[in-house]
Design a protein around this ligand. Sequence first.
Ligand code: GP9
Ligand code: MN
Length: 398
Amino acid sequence: SASDAEASAEYVQSHEDKPSDYFGAAKGMNVVLISMESTQNFVINQKVNGQEITPFLNSLIKDSFYFSQVYDQTAQGKTSDSEFMIDTGLYPLSSGSAFVRKTENAYRSLPHILSDKDYYSAVFHGNEASFWNREAMYDSLGYNRYFSKADYLVTDENSVNYGIKDIPFFQQSIQHLEKLQNPFYARFITLTNHFPFLLEEEDQFIPEASTSEMVVNRYVTTVRYQDEAIKTFFQDLKASGLYENTMFVLYGDHYGISDKYEHGVLELLGQEDTIVNRMKLQSVPLIIHVPGVEGKTFSNIGGEIDIRATILHLLGISDEDNFSFGHNLFTRDPNHPVIFRDGSFIAKDYLYKAGKCFKSESEAETDINSCEPLMDISRKELGLSDNIVHGDLMRFME
Ligand code: GP9
Ligand code: MN
């Protein structure tokens, strides 16, 4: 009901963001988002057999804001859940995907907010338009255009696994991007680094890793391929003159290596198999590059739900009327938990996972009482978000 909407609005307003020097640092610029398929943070600045897995990202980070402790908060909706959080600032559903189940809802999404500032919004992705019900959901989210498989020349030669490989995908995207009205908000969704991480020999820029887990061994090669694709994209954007006036937001959409194969990652990194180590592997890279602005690494915690508020902050758009559960990552309160869909969380002092409470610093298990106040906050926030999504409550909010 409208009063439930009011309760959510009050909760969010009581957690308003603090100002920072970065407010408006990218005001009026185009925004390019790159959703990096299945990309976990452990690949950043990591070498395999002496070679970097992500040489381009590693160099980009030096001139970017790099958030090294941002966590995957997606659930069953995977890529679509990350898109949902970034565009709406709401949590994904506990089962299924909001993209499929809640297409008819009213939303106040990033494209809506940005269209008030005369932005044009588009998504670029090489898969079928109907996958994850994107075509329908992008209408609800206010996108002007979805460039999907039908807009690309897709052949057997330029495809692998789910579809067109990332290098030809970015190459063919440029011609469409150049014709977009400015300023624009455009999301590019990569595809090659998707389970089971298949790649032809000619696309392997580094040899496979040599852990006891083949999935992990192949993963480093598809991540390396994706890195090369993003590099070519930046080169092409520079050549086309679009680079200078664009803010870039690169993020890993969710984990790539599931529980079952995670022992291979622990082996690669030489880490012990503990609940806390496995939890920390759920960190995804977030890199925000604003040409001409000095880079900085931020190691404060956050989640994918905070990406939207961070983008708006950099664009100098106040969050006052833009309801969301996220906080800009420059000033986010570290005591506020990063909440996962199953109710587990990570906060400055405590972690909660699998019914157990841990001290963040020592990683030692501690009495569950210590985690309880944060468990309450997590339940409350997920509950308020679920009320909104299930009750279609955004229709009551201005
Ligand atoms: C499919 C791509 C992958 O279009 O976004 O989806 P995922 O399986 O990662 O959710
Ligand atoms: Mn995905």
